[in-house]
Design a protein around this ligand. Structure first.
Ligand code: CO
Length: 624
């Protein structure tokens, strides 16, 4: 029997899909697998009634075609296929491994690094970097990865402490050749090792252990593989090949037993990391880590290390290697509860008593490592109906070599011979809304100060002004702290007992938009020029910079193009896209490994309930 349509993908299913495609003659000698992932549940895929559907994207190298297939494991058939030409597929990890070996053994690379005193190129750390789309003539018609080089004298060293700067190494992935090396100058290899691993720095000894004990276990259950129930919430957690961890079918069941949907799907659909440094070896960097790399392939096995405390439930994930081999990631998704301070409190001074309830949240999270950076995607559900997305950014900043006299206009010194270029991390969260049903309407809510007049005799008046967003163009906007701007998504045909439409409010992150807005990256990641977009739900519109963002051919795909149609979004099945993140002007404390920075956005119920839904939380028993 096929798995539930919203189940986590398994190695057995990947094998079944690969076998089915091979038997159907879809896999030639030149064919590799690029995205194998459970279908997103949309109206187009039939929702939960559509059976177990798996998307498979194949790359046929000789024809230079991407074939997008939908496979039903319920019927054992290919249910749809489409061929894409003129676009570049996501890199395969197999070809990346081959490319790294190629660069370490290439004679031209050996000659270039020898000028920098490196006599053993087998000790090079080769970081594959998407070349983006800089409009370079020599990249036209090629599938290109750049090789960014670092030096590890010892295999366990921190390579990012010793960039091999001044070289742009271009690899043609179809030919599997280093076809071009640009050498703009030989910076010396930095002397400091800047290691950070345990044992390289003495431990402090004044910290007592914090241990979290949950003697009765945790308050959530996981059924059917990935169906989580906790408090009034229930949700399916999935691991998408491209987006990594995502939530599906999020709903709240009230005390009357009626289940109320809130979101059909919530995910981080794309991100862009533009760099502001103008040095040729840095300026090309504008990673779209989700579309270019596929976060699902980079999920950490949380069996390594100690990421969460308490009573933890882990779920495994699986992804498909280039050749169709399934790879299981043990313990890729972490589910646990966290105490979260005070949920609500009041001290009644008149009678000298206090009522206080403890907040807790359900944490559903995964960690993704993309080269130097590590991204935690944390979904939080709270007892008062709040839904929060938090990105934890850690790992190691991109580094460049620094010698006396180099400009530090676009980079900051973070070591004696090393600098960190300024950059941004802009995430595009995609919320397929379903507040009390599929048809929702979005409002922009600004606080306005009224002019003095008969209604405002003391000139103190300010009020929330909600503007109904009728069409896509009208909805496009940026955050505005001067207006305390928020957005609200309501169901105009559902009322709470006070007679108000039920809804949820987006508390946006206060995020600047894409700074290099005239650069080529703005054509690759136009979504990041705004903080908010609303579109009608469409199964073909899932990735805001396009489905195939590697080398972004053509430019201007995704949200900026879709929304030109200015479709109606009122009383429709809508998707809210929120762009948020960080602008990272690097500081010395970010090196050699970065203390976690946080970027988050929050949905709170707004008239979804008729009063605080967390009055029924009992007082804690562990008070002293
Ligand atoms: Co950063």
């Amino acid at each position: 029997m096929a798995a539930h349509p919203e189940a986590l993908l398994t190695v057995d299913e990947i094998e079944a899909v690969a076998t089915l495609l091979r038997d159907a003659g879809k896999v030639g000698d030149d064919t590799t697998f690029r995205r194998v992932s459970p279908a997103h549940l949309t109206a187009e895929t039939g929702g939960v009634d559509g059976g177990r559907l798996i998307e498979a994207w194949l790359y046929h190298a000789e024809a230079r075609e991407i074939e997008e297939l939908m496979v039903s494991l319920t019927s054992g058939e290919i249910v749809s296929s489409a061929t894409v030409t003129g676009q570049i597929p996501q890199y395969g990890f197999g070809e990346i491994l081959a490319m790294q070996e190629l660069v370490r053994t290439d004679p031209d690379v050996a000659a270039a690094v020898a000028k920098r005193g490196i006599t053993d190129p087998s000790k090079l750390q080769v970081d594959p970097w998407p070349t983006g789309n800089m409009g370079l003539e020599h990249e036209e018609g090629r599938r290109v990865s750049r090789a960014v080089l670092f030096w590890r004298d010892d295999a366990a060293d921190n390579g990012y402490a010793k960039p091999v700067d001044g070289l742009s190494v271009f690899v043609d992935l179809d030919e599997m050749s280093v076809y071009r090396i640009d050498d703009i100058g030989d910076w010396p290899i930095a002397a400091d090792t800047n290691n950070y691993t345990h044992g390289t720095v003495p431990d402090r000894t004044d910290l007592k252990e914090i241990s979290i004990t949950q003697p009765e276990g945790s308050s959530f259950t996981v059924e059917d593989g990935n169906h989580i129930r906790w408090g009034s919430w229930d949700v399916r957690v999935v691991m998408d090949h491209t987006e990594g961890i995502a939530l599906q079918s999020l709903g709240w069941t009230g005390s009357d037993g009626a289940r109320r949907p809130v979101m059909r799907r919530a995910s981080v659909a794309e991100m862009v990391v533009p760099y502001g440094e103008t040095r040729e070896t840095q300026a090309f960097k504008n990673a779209l880590d989700i579309g270019e790399i596929g976060l699902g392939r980079t999920a950490n096995s949380l069996a390594l290390g100690c990421d969460c405390l308490g009573d933890i439930t882990y779920l495994d994930s699986a992804w498909c290697f280039d050749d169709g081999t399934p790879i299981q990631v043990d313990q890729a998704i972490c589910i646990h509860e966290e105490d979260f301070g005070i949920l609500w409190k009041h001290t009644d001074s008149h009678v000298g008593s206090a009522e206080v309830r403890r907040s807790r949240r359900l944490v559903i999270s995964s960690i993704f490592t993309v080269g130097n950076y590590d991204y935690g995607i944390f979904w939080y559900l709270y007892l008062d109906g709040t839904i929060q997305l938090e990105i934890k950014l850690t790992g190691i900043v991109t580094t460049q070599a620094h010698r006396p006299g180099d400009s530090l206009r676009y980079a900051a010194l973070i070591g004696e011979e090393i600098a960190g270029p300024i950059h941004q991390h802009l995430f595009c969260a995609r919320f397929d809304m379903e507040v009390d049903g599929p048809n929702n309407t979005a409002y922009r809510v600004d606080i306005e100060v009224d002019d003095p007049g008969p209604d405002n005799p003391f000139d103190n008046a300010f009020r929330a002004v909600a503007t109904r967003l009728e069409s896509e163009q009208q909805a496009i906007d940026v955050v505005d702290a001067s207006k305390a701007r928020t957005w609200r998504v309501v169901n105009e045909s559902a009322e709470n007992p006070l007679g108000q439409p039920t809804g949820y409010k987006l508390l946006p992150a206060d995020t600047a938009t894409l700074f290099p807005h005239r650069a080529r990256v703005a054509g690759r990641a136009g979504f990041a020029k705004q903080n908010l977009w609303v579109t009608p739900s469409n199964g073909a519109e899932r990735f805001p910079a396009g489905d195939h963002v590697t080398q972004s051919e053509p430019l201007d795909q995704g949200l900026p193009t879709w929304t030109k149609a200015d479709r109606s979004i009122a009383e429709e099945d809508i998707v809210v896209w929120h762009v948020f993140g960080l602008t990272h002007s690097v500081r010395p404390e970010d090196f050699p490994v970065m203390p976690t920075e946080y970027a988050r956005c929050t949905w709170v119920p707004f008239g979804f309930f008729d009063r605080n839904p967390a009055l029924d939380i009992p007082p804690g028993t562990a008070c002293h």
